[in-house]
Design a protein around this ligand. Structure first.
Ligand code: ZN
Length: 267
């Protein structure tokens, strides 16, 4: 693996950010197979259950979130095929957050659904999470945290305990490992792109960040802010992407979100 490592480092140091991201995705794909990602996602879900994560058992809200995810996945499919997308709603109205795990599991907190102004904001955030999966950020983050050689040795090994160890590395104290700035920006690009492609105003992701930023100190928003740094740079970049690509979609879906918010437990 050492020569591969040197080759990868050489490539990474000599290319643009876009090429670099593509190279990292290829490396991540060759390290951790789709089947291993699925297994990792399953293990992470088991970890979440062990940590007493409370999943919302409300068919209306589940159907609503599922409907939005299903609108977005055909777009994601074009960038990364073969993902078995699943979604889960976490019953926690005080936490404004969402996350994705390897293999295509998307988790959204009821707090985020309650905090959003309209459906376009929720779609932007969901698209952002799909983007993390499409770009294989978990595998890339594992490499960043544990080193290329360690992850490749564990992923190549036949010991099932290794997958559990990798899963545990992704979940610590009930929160998913935070991604770096570049990965967040990359996921934002997917979020705006997918929202626009499904007919929703791609500004939703930016307006959601803006709102979180304006709320500043509110405790409910801290979790989201700590794992998804909302800053003016992100908002600017999303707006620049919309302008550069001439995104035209305008659907906000304010009324349909309001109807679902009324059905979400507030405590
Ligand atoms: Zn993110």
């Amino acid at each position: 693996m050492r020569s591969t490592l040197l080759a990868v480092v050489a490539v990474l140091s000599s290319c643009t950010m876009m090429q670099r991201s593509q190279t990292e995705q290829l490396v991540a794909a060759s390290l951790i197979s789709d089947a291993q990602e699925t297994e990792l996602g399953f293990q992470v879900h088991e970890e979440l259950k062990k940590e007493n994560t409370k999943f919302l058992n409300n068919p209306d809200v589940g159907f609503y979130v599922g409907g939005l995810v299903n609108k977005l996945t055909p777009q994601a499919e074009q960038d990364r095929g073969g993902v078995k997308w699943q979604y889960f709603v976490i019953d926690d109205p005080k936490t404004v957050n969402a996350f994705a795990t390897p293999g295509g599991r998307i988790y959204v907190y009821t707090g985020l659904l309650l905090a959003a102004e309209n459906e376009a904001e929720v779609v932007g955030v969901l698209g952002h999470e799909l983007g993390h999966v499409v770009a294989r950020h978990s595998a890339r983050q594992l490499v960043a945290a544990k080193g290329l050689e360690t992850v490749s040795a564990m992923a190549l090994g036949k010991d099932p305990a290794d997958v559990a160890l990798l899963a545990a590395a992704l979940v610590g104290k009930g929160t998913i490992m935070a991604y770096g700035r570049d990965m967040e920006l990359e996921a934002d690009r997917y979020g705006a792109k997918y929202a626009n492609a499904t007919g929703y105003a791609p500004q939703g992701l930016a307006s959601f960040f803006q709102k979180l930023q304006a709320q500043g100190e509110a405790p409910a928003f801290l979790t989201f802010l700590s794992t998804h740094p909302a800053n003016s740079e992100r908002i600017e970049k999303i707006n620049a992407q919309i302008a550069a690509n001439g995104y035209q979609s305008t659907e906000l879906g304010a009324a349909s979100l309001k109807a679902i918010q009324a059905r979400i437990p507030k405590s």
